[in-house]
Design a protein around this ligand. Structure first.
Ligand code: NAD
Length: 351
């Protein structure tokens, strides 16, 4: 049977493990996979663009497991009460091709994006970083700051979003985790002197949310919202102020902030820093920029992590026929009992 993790089950799992521990442990899985990067089958994701958004498929394999995610990005969705980003994913066994796990990946994408951001910052930001500016108070925002608290010990957050209701929502959610949260009236006010700046805005266009004069020496920028052709958040000159780190250059050159600059603009691959093959931050006053678009290996790690957390239990789906004779697919069609869904005993979730 194929394991199934829906939204309510994923929520229970995160609460049971604890959101900070979940983010910390998930970051461990992602880092482990970045360190064995050359093993993975890699390709830029397959994107289907429309005027209002994008639908993407993100596959990868390490030779033993195969994973893919379906994900969308529709910045106009929130105006009609829908999420900007949703997703689901599959983990399969390479040896047989059988799907082992199907899971919701809307929550899991927010968790894995935040864990990846903080994992990158742990390697690139100044070690004494305590203050973070969060630009954009949408669906990803709380996940981001909690991952930075869990992995880097961030204590203070300045939040900016033109949508004041979104800021209020963010402040109420983030404050319950003991963070000192202040509202910035402008982006410049939020960014001034911050150790880490995360941008998670969702505008389908060439926005220059961060401009060079806003930045102080030594800042680490974690830019996650520029993740599609024609959709960027940093002024191009910001990219020339420091060192740019990326996930997978063939995808980032199409989708990331660096789509604005020349095709051979120098970048460092994050996996090389994590595996010790390249230098990350070279000096305290250097500006470092993680130009994140989200890569399939991060989703693979998240699928692997959830599979390991839920091995002992979960809802089972009869997605693949169980056959007595593998050459007789037709016969059971006429005899099969109604579809079976085994509901989980959620109290049995074990970390
Ligand atoms: N890199 C990755 O791996 C990754 C993963 C998930 C999402 N994303 C991207 O992150 C972005 C945010 O996603 P979300 O789900 O939080 O979207 P969302 O629509 O829920 O929130 C976006 C927020 O940005 C705000 N905003 C718009 N312009 C702004 C500005 N100039 N300054 C400050 N705030 C501004 C909006 O008011 C909104 O509250 C999206 O662009 C999404 O595509 C990237």
């Amino acid at each position: 049977m194929t394991q199934f993790i829906g939204v309510s089950e994923m929520s229970k799992l995160v609460r049971k493990v604890g959101v900070l521990d979940f983010l910390r442990d998930l970051a461990g899985y992602i880092e482990e996979d970045f360190r064995r990067w050359p093993l993975f089958e890699k390709a830029a994701r397959v994107a289907s663009h429309s005027k209002v958004g994008v639908i993407e498929l993100m596959p990868t394999s390490d030779g033993a497991l195969y994973g893919f995610k379906y994900v969308n990005g529709h910045p106009g969705n929130t105006a009609t009460g829908k999420l900007t980003v949703t997703g689901f994913g599959v983990l399969a066994d390479v040896a047989t091709g059988y799907p082992m796990l199907i899971t919701e990946m809307t929550l899991l994408t927010a968790l894995r994006t935040a864990a990846t951001s903080a994992m990158a910052a742990r390697a690139l930001a100044r070690r004494d970083s305590k203050v973070m500016a969060m630009i954009g108070a949408g669906a990803q925002s709380e996940f981001q700051v909690l991952a930075f608290k869990a992995l880097l010990g961030i204590e203070e957050v300045r939040i900016y979003d033109p949508d004041r209701a979104a800021v209020q929502k963010f402040m109420a959610n983030a404050q319950t985790f003991g963070l000192k949260v202040t509202r910035a009236e402008t982006i410049s006010e939020g960014v001034a002197g911050a150790d880490i700046v995360t941008t998670a805005t969702a505008v389908k266009g060439r926005a220059a949310v961060i401009t060079p004069e806003m930045l102080s020496p030594g800042t680490h920028i974690n830019a996650i919202g520029g993740d599609c052709p024609g959709k960027t958040e940093l002024h191009a000159d910001v990219l020339r102020m420091g060192k740019v780190f990326v996930e997978y250059p063939p995808q980032t050159r199409i989708e990331g902030e660096i789509q604005q600059v020349e095709p051979d603009f120098p970048v460092t691959e994050l996996w090389q820093v994590l595996s010790g093959a390249a230098v990350g931050r070279a000096a305290k006053d250097e500006i470092t920029i993680f130009d994140s678009v989200g890569f399939a290996v991060e989703d693979f790690s998240a699928l692997r992590f959830v599979r390991d957390l839920t091995l002992a239990r979960s809802t089972e789906l009869d997605l693949i026929p169980e056959v007595a004779n593998p050459k007789d697919l037709f016969g059971p069609l006429l005899r099969t009992a109604p579809a079976r869904v085994v509901r989980p005993d959620t109290d049995r979730i074990s970390a």
